[in-house]
Design a protein around this ligand. Structure first.
Ligand code: 5AD
Ligand code: SF4
Length: 459
């Protein structure tokens, strides 16, 4: 029997078997920041395995599609894009196509790909990320298709190579999986149970990023507030944040996503006390109705949620708060929906990410009585209209203020301007030099536009 190799050994082995070829690889990513962070590791492993990384699938000898399963639309897109790669394989028969991420983490979808997408060479679930070099190696050597969905593996692979998309902004995953089982959500089924990285590993990674000039570090997890539960009180999330803030250097620390039932007062206190924490809190509410929150298994009430928001604003008056809202959850009545609109008016969010409820097979809500599509769409339109109105008001409230922003580079929509982001993730356009990219600067806001703020350098 063949001896099992480590990840590094498989990367080396891949380099050897393709030594005489000038191979490239392309990673195509759908979905959330966690997927983006995973894709940076996939690209890192492929580069270490001898591939140069390209952006164009048509130029690649290996294509990895990192998929999302949170809504049906995301799955449809990933499948249709994968379908489009069939002709690339006809032109380049040696091309390897792999699919990973949430959509293929359950065995039923893995099976569907096996049957209906014969040109897909391999599939691996979210828990199997570090197995990519091994899978790819066997795909070449054994010349057979490989399907590895999740099976409850809990080990966290440390030290994987990574190619970061940005030179000044970095993702750091601190935990994986989710134990909450909100009734609409597929995530606990495709990302497995919660597991946290050791705090010293996280701190080491952040320290290295800061010493390499990274300015904004975002800690990622499906529910960061339950970080460290398995460490018996040794290091919870608030403690982790305060330990990271002790690292020397100019940087800001952000995190997502938080669950309102677990976000602690201690965490808010730590944020208020530390200038290195970005004053932004993403706190998904999902609905403004207690009845719907119960049906969603969210385990908080709107009163609990508002008490948390009030506490944040008491401690940090200028904090930016953003949220996720689902419209048209099963049995949502007009009254439930109006309570969501009322909540939006009460909280005055800085940003709202709103989604039409999408039934996910295998989740409890998919078996509940569904609302007609027209009702869902009509409510969504009303929510968006209110959101635009509230956003315009919010943007207007920034005019005249001076804000600390991180410069991102030249604006993609307005070439004449530079683009930056506030701590609350708002885009600010201003006249300035490209050498400011990746730096924190102060900007005085002079004007508000529907989807951005305009400002000038405040020196
Ligand atoms: N339908 C619509 N939106 C969903 N989300 C999660 N599952 C679903 C679903 N089945 C939304 C939630 C979550 C965000 C990431 O996606 O609002 O916070
Ligand atoms: Fe999904 Fe709820 Fe877990 Fe968030 S907390 S990933 S919405 S189950």
């Amino acid at each position: 029997m063949e001896e099992k190799k480590t990840v590094s050994e498989y990367m080396e082995a891949l380099k050897n078997i393709n030594a005489d070829k000038d191979f490239s690889a392309c990673v195509v990513t759908y979905g959330c920041q966690q997927n983006e962070a995973d894709s940076e590791k996939i690209a890192g492993m492929l580069q270490e395995s001898g591939y140069s990384i390209v952006k164009e699938p048509a130029l690649a000898d290996v294509i990895i599609v990192n998929t999302c399963a949170v809504r049906e639309h995301a799955e449809e897109r990933a499948l249709s894009v994968t379908g489009g790669y069939k002709h690339l394989k006809a032109a380049r028969p040696w091309l390897k196509i792999g699919i990973c991420g949430c959509m293929v983490s359950k065995s039923d979808m893995s099976e569907k790909i096996k049957k209906s997408y014969p040109y897909v060479d391999f599939v691996f679930g979210t828990e199997k990320l570090a197995h990519l070099p091994e899978i790819l190696y066997h795909s070449y050597e054994k010349k057979k298709r490989i399907f590895v969905p999740n099976n409850g593996e809990t080990e966290i692979a440390e030290g994987l190579p990574v190619i970061r998309e940005s030179d000044f902004r970095a993702w750091v995953s601190i935990m994986y999986g989710c134990n909450n089982f909100c009734t609409y959500c597929i995530v606990p089924y495709v990302r497995g149970r919660e597991r946290s990285r050791r705090p010293e590993k996280i701190i080491e990674e952040v320290r290295e990023l800061v010493s390499n000039g990274y300015k904004e570090i975002t800690l990622l997890g499906q529910n960061v507030n339950s970080y460290g539960k398995e460490f018996d009180g040794e290091c919870d999330f608030a403690t982790l944040i305060s330990r990271i803030c002790e690292i020397d250097g100019e940087f800001s620390i952000r995190f997502m996503t938080s669950h309102p039932k677990d976000a602690s007062r201690e965490l808010i206190d730590v944020m208020a006390e530390n200038s290195k924490t970005a004053k932004h809190f993403h706190l998904p509410v999902q609905s403004g109705s207690d009845r719907i929150l119960k049906a969603m298994n969210r385990r908080y009430t709107i009163d609990d949620y508002l008490a948390l928001v009030d506490y944040m604003r008491e401690k940090m008056p200028d904090i930016a708060i953003s949220t996720d809202i689902i419209v048209g959850f099963p049995r949502e009545t007009e009254e439930d929906f109006c309570q969501t609109l009322e909540l939006m008016k009460r909280v005055k969010y800085d940003m709202i990410f709103s989604f039409i409820y999408s039934p996910r097979t295998g989740t409890p809500a998919a078996n509940m009585e569904q609302l007609p599509q027209e009702v869902k769409s009509e409510r969504m339109n009303r929510l968006l209209a209110l959101q635009n109105e509230l956003l315009a008001e919010k943007n207007e409230s920034y005019v005249g203020k001076t804000l600390r922003v991180l410069v991102e580079g030249r604006s993609k929509t307005n070439e004449a301007k530079m683009s930056a982001r506030t701590e609350g993730n708002r885009i600010v356009l201003f006249d300035g030099d490209e050498s400011l990219t990746g730096k924190f600067i102060n900007i005085k806001i002079t004007k508000s536009a529907p989807f951005a703020l305009m400002g000038e350098l405040d020196v």
